[in-house]
Design a protein around this ligand. Structure first.
Ligand code: GLY
Length: 402
């Protein structure tokens, strides 16, 4: 009798695990299907207008703001098309991805912005990984060369912004470095693997180490901006540009750091980066002001009730990073991180954040924030929220082995 019960219990367990797998599969397929249909509407628009469009967000008047190649966000839409190719396996998405990727090719030579990392890695980097297009390899290496021109050896970091032009010039900075810069290191690691030249990787490691030292506070929250003395290399100040206050925890900045150190661990296997990523994850997930659906307000320390917007883009970057981080730890710790990633992704895929088909100007997610202090892109769709949402789907599918 005992044996029969044992066999029955085992059958029930297998059945329940099959059902869970099917539910996860349906979730990924449904979201992929939605994304493919929604983004196809953008292509329909392009066909009817006879132009190529690279959507970024909405202007304050509600019209769509499109990317020029030089904008830091120009690689995300091409990157989303590569993720749709990966998720669907359909050649149509590869063709569309190649077409859009081509439009930002000249950015490989841009030394004017550290964001050449985002621009080229999300587009050409994914394209090379998925389609092995031979020309992409040199473009990635060229872009890494461009990025290394911004490395300041006497400080040990890549300079993010120029302190001499634009709104940044008014801040009195000498060598401003933003936490977002952690994301651009992925291009450098890739360039070292492709070229066999470790110079890129060494720069990435130096930048990551200095950022741990100076951007992070005792509680593992991070400054948005750290300014360095351009002569003696000392830290001059820790402050913000897009956050609520100098000492606050700007939500997307915390997400960039989490993603960046998880990626640094992947590329180096240095346990200090894993440790850093785990602490950042813990800061985010245990924060008393993190809402129940795990989609953060744009800044964890915003005390202005009139500005309490959620930031779906921060949530999308966080969920994607947590999926990866969960694969570098074991047991209960892995389950917790993966569980949190699942919960965030479910929230983003719910009607509270995911648009209806044909709405939201063909973007996937609603309710992101670009920069509240600049009154720019407040409670809008953002193409990078969509990009990391799709990346999270890809990562979830790989983890679930679906
Ligand atoms: N890298 C700019 C931002 O996160 O808004």
């Amino acid at each position: 009798m005992k044996k029969v019960f044992g066999i029955l219990a085992l059958c029930m367990m297998i059945l329940s695990s099959c059902q869970t797998k099917q539910t996860e599969k349906n979730f990924i397929e449904e979201n992929t299907d939605f994304a493919a249909k929604q983004i196809s509407l953008e292509f329909k628009k392009m066909d009817s207008l006879g132009v190529v469009l690279n959507p970024r967000t909405l202007h304050n008047d509600g019209t769509v703001r499109y990317n020029k190649p030089a904008l830091w966000t120009s690689g995300f839409f091409p990157g989303s098309l590569w993720y749709l190719y990966e998720l669907t396996g359909e050649d149509l998405w590869k063709q569309r991805a190649e077409k859009l990727t081509k439009t930002i090719e000249q950015m490989q030579y841009s030394t004017r912005t550290h964001d050449v990392g985002f621009v080229i890695y999300c587009s050409f980097g994914n394209g090379y990984r998925l389609a092995h297009i031979p020309e992409y390899k040199q473009i990635i290496i060229n872009a890494a060369n461009s990025l290394t021109t911004r490395f300041r050896p006497h400080i040990g970091c890549i300079q993010s912004w120029s302190a001499k032009k634009g709104w940044q010039a008014k801040r009195g900075w000498q060598c401003p470095v933003i936490i977002d810069n952690m994301m651009n290191l992925e291009l450098l690691f890739e360039a070292s693997k492709l070229s066999g030249d470790n110079t890129y990787r060494d720069i990435a490691v130096k930048h990551a180490d200095l950022t741990i030292k100076n951007h992070y506070r005792k509680d593992y929250s991070s400054y948005h901006v750290v300014d360095y003395d351009s002569v003696n290399g000392e830290m001059r100040s820790g402050c913000t540009a897009q956050g609520f206050a100098d000492h606050s925890a700007w939500a997307r900045g915390q997400a960039w750091g989490l993603y960046g150190y998880t990626m640094c661990y992947r590329e180096t296997k240095d346990p200090k980066y894993l440790d850093q990523a785990k602490h950042i994850a813990s800061f985010i997930l245990n924060h008393p002001r993190l809402p129940k659906d795990l989609v953060p307000y744009w800044d964890f320390d915003c005390t202005d009730a009139n500005k309490n917007y959620r930031d779906a883009s921060a949530a999308a970057v966080t969920t994607s990073a947590l999926y990866e981080l969960s694969t570098y730890v074991e047991g209960e710790e892995a389950e917790k991180l993966k569980g949190a990633a699942d919960k965030i992704l479910e929230s983003l895929a719910s009607p509270s954040y995911r648009a209806e088909l044909g709405a939201n100007h063909n973007f996937l997610l609603m309710h992101s924030v670009g920069s509240i202090p600049h009154n720019n892109e407040v409670d809008v769709p953002l193409n990078y929220a969509d990009y990391y949402f799709l990346e999270a789907l890809v990562r979830k599918r790989a983890i679930e082995k679906l």
